[in-house]
Each structure stands twice: as C-alpha cells, then as structure tokens.
Design a protein around this ligand. Structure first.
Ligand SMILES: [Zn+2]
Ligand SMILES: [Zn+2]
Length: 470
C-alpha cells in the first residue's frame, strides 16, 4: 500500500527504458513512487554506465553503431540512440583512445631509447586511387615489429588530391619518429614520391625497398615478356628467375657482388654454369653458378641467342632495374605491415563513412591491438611441439605454415573502457555543449570532400526533374 500520507492506494509496478537502461517503478495509481530500480549504474549527471560502455565496446571491437543498433532493434533490445552514441563517442571514447595511443607510443619510444632503428613504412588508402578519402600511414620498427607511428590524413589536407596523401603522411610520420628515435634506414615499396623525398629531405637515411614488391614486379615483367609466342619458354623459367633474384638479394653485400650473382642467370638458363667474364668493375676472370652439381633430369634449357634468351637479357640488364640495386642490398621486407593493414580493416571497414577523428581513433585502436599482441606466445600441442597452420599468401601466391599463437586477451581494451568511464566521471561540463572541431580537423578546411560545395537541395531537385522529363 502507498505510504504517502492519506493515499493508501495499492502499489503496482511499471517499467520504462531510457537508452539501454531499464527502470522499474513501484508506484500507486496517483504516481507516488515507493521504489525505483535501474538496471545500470548511473554515472555523474545521470548518464547511464551501460550507454557509455556500449559506445566504447562498439569502437573497441571495430563494429559500427548503425549495424549494432539494427541488431538490437531486431532483438527488441533497448539501445541508445544515434545522437547519444555520437556524443559519447566524440566526448569520451575518441579522446581516450587518442591518449592511450600517445601513451603506448611514448612507451615504445622509451623502450628503444638510444637505439638506431630500421623503420618499415607503408600507406593504405581507405579506397583505391583517386577516390580515397583517408590514408593511414604506418611505421613499424623492424626488430620488434612494434608500430612506432600511425598517421591518418584526409584528402582535404592535401588539396583534395588523394594520391598526395601517402607522401604527406610519410613526412608527418618521419617527423614524429625522428623527434624521438634515431632512424638509420627506412624500408618502403617503390613509391616514386617517397623515393624523391628520401633523397631530398632525408639524404642521410638509408632507403631500402621491400623485396616482396620487387620480386612480384620482376615476376610480372617476365610473365609479360613470355606472352609473345616466340618467348614462351620464359614462362617456364619465371619462378626460377624470381628465386634467383631472392637469392641474389639475400647473398649480395654490395652492388658489385649483386651484379656478379644476378647476371649469372643469363648463362645458367642456357646450360652454361661457368663463364669467363665479369659484370662489375671490381671482379675479374672466371665466374660460376653457386648451385653445385645439377640433377640429371632438368627442365629444358633455353637456346642461346633465341628470342626468349634475348628477352631475358633485356630484363636482367634493364638499366632502371640495375639502378635500383642499392635498394635491395639490405634484403628488407615490409610483409609484416601487410598483416597490420589487414588488421586495420577490422577496425575501419571500407564500406563505412567515418569522420576524421573517428577514422584516426579506429586506426589507433588497430595499432594498440597490434602492439599488445605482437609478442604473443605460440600455442603448443600436448607433446610440446608448436601448433602450425597453413596460410595462403595472396601476394606471393604460395602456401606456407605459420605457428598458431595463443588467443588475444584484449587486456588493453578493458583498461581503455575503464578509462572512458573515468573520463566521464571526471567531466564537469558534459556532452551538451556545441561541437568544436579540433585545430587539425580537416573539416575546418572544407565541409565535404567533394571538389565543390553542394547547391541548395531545391535547386538540385529542379535540375534532376528537368534532366529526366516525364
Ligand atoms: Zn499514493
Ligand atoms: Zn647454373
């Protein structure tokens, strides 16, 4: 019975949902509330803890609000709305991720203090070529495979020119790591703009190219030359030629020794394994293949001076290719960055549109995930041997085995989510103030990524009507 003086009416209960929270009220017909219960802790100024945690978990798990909200709708699960999600994301989630990444980066810099590093760098656009809005450029330390810098840029920051983003990101990333580390070598793919930058702006830093890209391009060149009818046998030799390139890169120590080993392929393919000439100025006399005795059964040799042989000579002695040798001598690979670029996809799917700060935060989440897990232990079977699984590399077109690692524990996400709640608890202003864009927010430069501002909707509608008359 209602305890309010003079009421004495029977008490029933009523439920109400606010965002993702459920309230139960015990009250009488006159709405005197006897007791109230909420399914969630209520943070300062009545923001529900569940709403904050849902918003955090959506980003931290690389999901998208609209999809998860639809999922909740189909399940008739009470959920927070778009506006509240955006407010929480902007005010607490994104800034906390930014500062987590800053802390992680400082920690990594601290661990490498006083060391010279080899930095692997690669950019990834959110969509191909000229239509890309964002570029994420990642720099990784070659020895620990930890990410030392991750820069995102919006095409508005490069005059709405997508192809310029990678270069601009690269400069920013270089500035960031050079402020903290001693970079002795940078490894990238054969990106023209970056090659020029390294020469002009960072002449003291050794620049190497990724051996995978180089081998792939070489293979393509050989296969392309083998398309001509009279050069078919080149196709049979394409794998051997690429393998020989790998071998040369791995064993040569300078340009001269590279030339000596590399050029030998034009002899080997015509069954000539010793030759009395040299291809560099510092070697003289007799040179031979390094493969030792050959098996009796061997693939068909090329005919010396045949069209295939001539085409191969043209590829092997290609001037541009030979000029690049110094990029391959350190035998570097950025393959690990490909793995990271795949991880970015988990956090920012290509089919979704994100604002610049959210896109950046999602890239940082990928970097946090990567660094937290790069040293994970391998899984062992009961007999102590390492568990392996087969993987297919799309780039090389080959199968290989890699050790299975123990599952991720996502400890950093738990800390992150806790910090987001704390950020709210410490916030005395709340989320209702006007949205202020950060100083470096590309939306300050232009509202949209379109080359021109849109006409009023009414005008666009008129144009559409006149273009498609009834
Ligand atoms: Zn009452
Ligand atoms: Zn040989």
């Amino acid at each position: 019975m209602c305890k309010v003086k003079g009421c004495n009416m029977p008490i029933g209960n009523r439920t109400e949902s606010v965002g993702s929270a459920l309230y139960i009220y015990w009250e009488c017909a006159k709405k005197h509330i006897a007791y109230k219960w909420c399914s969630q802790p209520v943070l300062n100024r009545r923001l529900h803890g569940g709403d904050v945690q849902i918003a955090s978990a959506i980003l931290a798990s690389g999901n998208n609000f609209s999809k998860i909200a639809l999922f909740a709708r189909f399940l008739r699960l009470h959920f927070l709305g778009t506006v509240k999600f955006s407010n929480i994301q902007r005010t607490y989630v994104v800034p906390t991720i930014n500062s987590f990444w800053k802390d992680e980066q400082m920690e990594v810099f601290h661990q490498m203090e006083g060391q010279s590093i080899v930095a692997l760098g690669d950019g990834r656009n959110d969509s191909p070529g000229h239509s890309a809005q964002y570029c994420t450029y990642t720099m990784m330390d070659n020895s620990t495979k930890k990410i030392v810098s991750i820069i995102t840029m919006d095409k508005r920051e490069t005059g709405k020119k997508s192809p310029n983003m990678e270069k601009a990101c690269f400069v920013k990333a270089m500035d960031e790591i050079q402020d903290n580390l001693n970079v002795e070598e940078v490894v990238t793919d054969a990106h023209l703009q970056i090659g020029a930058l390294m020469k002009n702006r960072f002449p003291d830093i050794k620049h190497s190219h990724d051996i995978w890209h180089a081998a792939k391009n070489l293979g393509k060149k050989v296969v392309a030359a083998g398309q001509a009818k009279e050069c078919r046998s080149l196709i049979d030799w394409s794998k051997d030629i690429v393998n020989h390139f790998w071998y040369t890169c791995s064993s040569a120590t300078d340009v001269d020794s590279f030339l000596e080993i590399w050029c030998g392929i034009v002899h080997h393919v015509v069954d000539e394994h010793e030759w009395d000439m040299s291809y560099s100025s510092n070697y003289f006399g007799n040179t031979q293949c390094k493969h030792g005795p050959l098996e009796d059964e061997h693939k068909e040799w090329m005919v010396k001076g045949s069209a295939s042989h001539k085409a191969l000579i043209k590829i092997v002695f290609n001037k541009r290719f030979l000029n690049q040798i110094h990029y391959y001598l350190n035998f570097r690979s950025t393959a690990e960055l490909e793995n990271f670029n795949n991880l970015i996809l988990m956090y920012s799917g290509k089919r979704f549109a994100y604002s610049p700060p959210v896109y950046r935060a999602r890239s940082q989440l990928a970097a946090l995930d990567y660094n937290a897990n790069v040293d994970r232990e391998v899984k062992r079977k009961s007999d102590g041997t390492i568990q392996q699984h087969r993987t297919f590399n799309k780039k090389s077109g080959r199968w290989s085995v890699t050790p299975v690692k123990v599952e991720k524990n996502y400890e950093h996400v738990h800390k992150l989510m806790e910090s987001i709640v704390v950020a709210r608890l410490n916030d005395e202003e709340g989320m209702s103030g006007p949205v202020v864009l950060g100083a470096d927010d590309p939306r300050r430069l232009s509202k949209t990524i379109a080359p021109t501002e849109p006409k009023p909707t009414e005008e666009l509608l008129q144009e559409k009507v006149s273009r498609f008359p009834k």
